[in-house]
Design a protein around this ligand. Structure first.
Ligand code: ARG
Length: 581
């Protein structure tokens, strides 16, 4: 039974408030002894003209409040709060059976059924290295995609590749002058970066040389825009080779996209956008350029067509959102892009709104912070200290392997090299993903390998280790021929057991809240709590050699439920598990 749901129904009947509003107000008390759910009575004070504690007191005895619970729920108050307490045994039974039925799909819902949600993430620029900065959007966007999918939405994963713009005129020029075919085959992105840098270095030689190169580059870009075969062929090649490199990284991280329409895809649709804005009288001349003024919204004008007639980033985004709406009639269109682009998205959404497209309100920019080393230096291309994501992942898995090997040696060397490599890949990549997802996304992240790989800390290794430990208990039970059944789960009422049950029950809400706020950390925080509660229970209780078969069975079932929930939550974060480590 869904206790929270029934409590909300009852409260709605008693207070006359809308059920959805009640659901939003119900809290989980900060301390276990305060009960399982709390309802704050402040909202009723105005209409009832009474103090909230008084209202709480008057409501608490209403028989309607505990309807449908068969005596399993009791009610009392604490100041302005009405607290609901569910019988521990009953709660244990209900939560554990629900999880065992759902398995590692626990937390799934169908609230998104029939709704299309576009999630745009990663969107790297072709011909440029994929560095640790891109990992944030990639990991965050992938996690949000998983979460929305689990809630029943039809998720369409978009990669809005940065594959267009005047820089491609430069790249074509540079390639013709200095491109090395063998190097291109070997490592296309390194080679493209090398010649791009060389182009800029050459420009510094003299103003004449700069003008000469820039002129050729502009001409090449124009040819590309006009669809000249040679330029298009080169650009296509740069794009394909880059994509191959990116896709290797995506495959390694278990990430897939449904749509790779990059900026170039939308360029042919821009004249339509310009015409639409013209027809709606929104385009104004400004210093030779064409803009949409947004003064009334306290925003700077949105530049749509540059003074030289070329289109820019914002116009491509306008074309893209119109396309997405036309094609997918989205319920939500989510952009997982760094906070520095906040203004850009505000402008794009504002232009849409001005043009009368109400779906502007269904567009969301999900921003995130910066990555920094512990010594406070930001990872940035300009500072010249780019760390390529692949190298970062390699280094992390290597360090993970050292730890796993050491642990295995302490146990007498129970893992082969192959096993160690496999486990380290999952745990190492998990450690990286978790580091990006463990705190509010707008916060900056401070990288430190020791923190990230601390098997006792708030880390993926800790969670995966907890999972593997449970699996080993379950294997042991099986080896001993124990076939636990769930009949006695209602005996899990001790303090440690209740804490685990409670945190398992709250997992479902955490998933919904994570989706609503685009904050996967609501899930990571919840599974970290479950793991801590579990480990406390595990350290204080006997499981296999319990006093009674009932207690043993119940505890084994609890173990199973915890493992399922950890696996489910980690999967939502894009993190895998291992059965043994
Ligand atoms: N390629 C861009 C960059 O690396 C990010 C694209 C963001 N998405 C968008 N629809 N504008 O900065």
């Amino acid at each position: 039974m869904d206790y929270k749901d029934q409590i909300a129904t009852n409260l709605s009947v008693c207070t006359g408030l809308d059920k959805a509003q009640v659901e939003g107000l119900i809290e989980i008390p900060p301390k276990l002894e305060l009960g399982d759910y709390a309802f704050p009575c402040f909202v009723l004070a105005k209409t009832l003209r009474k103090a909230p504690p008084m209202i709480a007191n008057e409501l608490k005895d209403s028989p309607e409040l505990v309807k449908g619970f068969d005596g399993a729920v009791t009610v009392d108050t604490a100041g302005p709060y009405i607290n609901f307490r569910i019988d521990r045994g009953v709660l244990a039974k209900s939560v554990v059976s629900e999880i065992l039925e759902a398995g590692d799909q626990y937390g799934n819902r169908n609230i998104g059924e029939g709704k299309n949600v576009i999630i745009e993430f990663s969107s790297p620029n072709i011909a440029k290295p994929f560095h640790v900065g891109h990992a944030f959007t990639t990991i965050l966007g992938n996690s949000l995609s998983n979460i929305y999918t689990r809630l029943g939405y039809n998720v369409i994963r978009f990669n809005h590749l940065g594959d267009y713009g005047t820089q491609f005129g430069k790249l074509i020029t540079a390639y013709r002058l200095w491109g090395d075919e063998a190097a291109m085959q070997e490592n296309p992105i390194d080679e493209l970066t090398r010649i791009y840098v060389k182009f800029h270095d050459e420009c510094k030689v003299s103003p004449e040389r700069e003008k000469e190169l820039e002129d050729v580059a502009r001409d090449n870009f124009r040819k590309l825009e006009e669809g000249e075969a040679e330029e298009v062929a080169l650009w296509t090649r740069f794009r394909e080779l880059s994509l191959e490199v990116f896709e290797k990284t995506y495959a390694r991280m278990g990430i897939k996209f449904d749509n790779y329409n990059g900026e170039s895809f939308y360029s042919s649709r821009i004249p339509g956008v310009v015409k639409m804005l013209e027809d709606k009288n929104l385009l104004e001349e400004s210093e030779g350029a064409r803009v949409v003024k947004l003064d009334d919204l306290n925003l700077p004008p949105c530049l749509v067509v540059k003074s030289d007639g070329t289109t820019i980033y914002a116009s491509r985004d306008l074309a893209a959102v119109l396309y997405r709406h036309e094609e997918f009639n989205f319920h939500k269109n989510i952009y997982v892009v760094g906070l520095p682009q906040q203004l850009h998205f505000k402008q794009v959404f504002a232009v849409l709104k001005k043009a009368g497209y109400d779906f502007a309100d269904d567009c969301v920019h999900v921003g995130f912070g910066l990555l920094k080393f512990k010594d406070n230096k930001a990872f940035s291309t300009r500072a010249g200290n780019i760390i390529k994501l692949d190298e970062f992942l390699d280094k992390t898995t290597e360090k993970t392997a050292e730890i796993i090997r050491k642990n295995s040696e302490l146990r007498g060397g129970d893992m082969t090299d192959e096993q160690i490599a496999k486990v380290s890949e999952v745990v190492g990549l998990g450690a990286v993903s978790y580091t990006y997802l463990k705190a509010g996304r707008e916060k900056d992240i401070f990288f430190d390998w020791d923190d990230m790989l601390d098997f006792e800390g708030d880390t993926a290794p800790y969670l995966i280790y907890t999972y593997a430990r449970i699996k080993s208990i379950l294997r042991k039970a099986e080896d001993q021929g124990v076939k636990a059944n769930a009949d006695s789960v209602n005996c899990l009422t001790a303090e440690d057991e209740y804490a685990v049950i409670r945190s398992l029950a709250d997992f479902k809400d955490a998933v919904v809240k994570a989706a609503e706020s685009y904050e996967p950390f609501m899930i990571s925080r919840q599974i970290a709590l479950i793991a801590r509660n579990f480990n406390r229970f595990y350290n204080n209780s006997r499981i296999l050699n319990c006093d009674s078969a009932e207690a043993r069975d119940a505890r084994l079932k609890l173990c199973e439920a915890v493992a399922d929930t950890l696996k489910s939550g980690l999967d939502m974060l894009g993190i895998g598990v291992v059965e043994k480590m």
